[in-house]
Design a protein around this ligand. Structure first.
Ligand SMILES: [Fe+2]
Length: 268
């Protein structure tokens, strides 16, 4: 399975255009939260209409998997906690999203919503506990906030990650967690787009302005993940220990540059 992974597109239509243009080259596109930009001059309701259209177009070209981020909260649940109902509702249209678990090839995906209080946090905990009991070969999570005390949540000055997620990772050891949220982590000194916590790989592609967005290409057959950004190209092999500093690539892997795949162009 070849996956394109981004997060924090924040209503950048140029970045959505780029993801849409790349979508059919991948078996799955993963957008790990923060579709909207709450500081935008564009009303958030208008943003949801535009983004919904983009997601429909992407989903028409490949399997789209997405979760909410803290910018995506549009309503409150019965207990008064903020939730991203418009993201959760994608599941009804066949786009796996918040509170959903599903199997693709040999991978069980658990899609966690942005949780803003104890009720939503309890729902996430229950979802993970239930999925832990399911038979699976590989287990991938979407969770917008990266784990605390990880280079993927390092701002350059302090950690800004999720303590509960770190505990859940320690408890369940998923194979991969796709995050975002801390935009600068991949670009900050001592930060990174990738971490390994025991056997779990954690990814946060980061956020920059303009297209293409920083992105990760994951190949589950070749067991390799490549991060492409304006700051360079780095790669890790998932079947080997994480090395730091993560090696910079000067040439792209063959599986990434084959004619029917993305990568036969400048990564910048
Ligand atoms: Fe964000």
């Amino acid at each position: 399975m070849k996956c394109l992974i981004v997060a924090d597109l924040h209503y950048s239509l140029a970045q959505y255009d780029w993801v849409l243009s790349m979508a059919e080259r991948f078996d799955a596109v993963i957008i790990a939260g923060d579709h909207l930009d709450i500081s935008s001059a564009v009303d958030w309701r208008a943003q949801t209409i535009v983004i919904r259209k983009y997601l429909d177009l992407i989903a028409a070209r490949t399997r789209l998997i997405t979760c909410s981020g803290n910018h995506d909260l549009d309503s409150r649940d019965a207990s008064g906690e903020k939730v991203a109902r418009w993201v959760r509702d994608f599941s009804r249209q066949g786009i796996p999203s918040d509170d959903t678990s599903f199997v693709m090839e040999d991978v069980l995906f658990t899609i966690c919503p942005w949780w803003d209080g104890p009720n939503a946090r309890a729902r996430v905990a229950a979802q993970l506990a239930a999925d832990a009991l399911k038979p699976k070969t590989r287990w991938f999570w979407l969770h917008h906030a990266p784990p605390d005390k990880s280079p993927t949540s390092w701002t350059g000055q302090r950690y800004f990650g999720d303590v509960e997620l770190a505990e859940w990772i320690a408890q369940y050891s998923p194979d991969i967690v796709f995050s975002g949220h801390v935009h600068q982590s991949p670009f900050a000194r001592d930060g990174s787009w990738v971490d390994r916590i025991n056997t779990t790989w954690v990814f946060n592609a980061g956020h920059t302005f303009g297209a293409p967005p920083p992105h990760i290409v994951l190949d589950t057959v070749n067991n390799e993940a490549v991060w492409l950004s304006a700051a360079g190209v780095q790669a890790v092999r998932l079947d080997q220990p994480l090395e730091r500093p993560v090696p910079q690539l000067t040439t792209l892997p063959a599986w990434l540059t084959s004619p029917d795949r993305v990568g036969d162009q400048s990564p910048a």
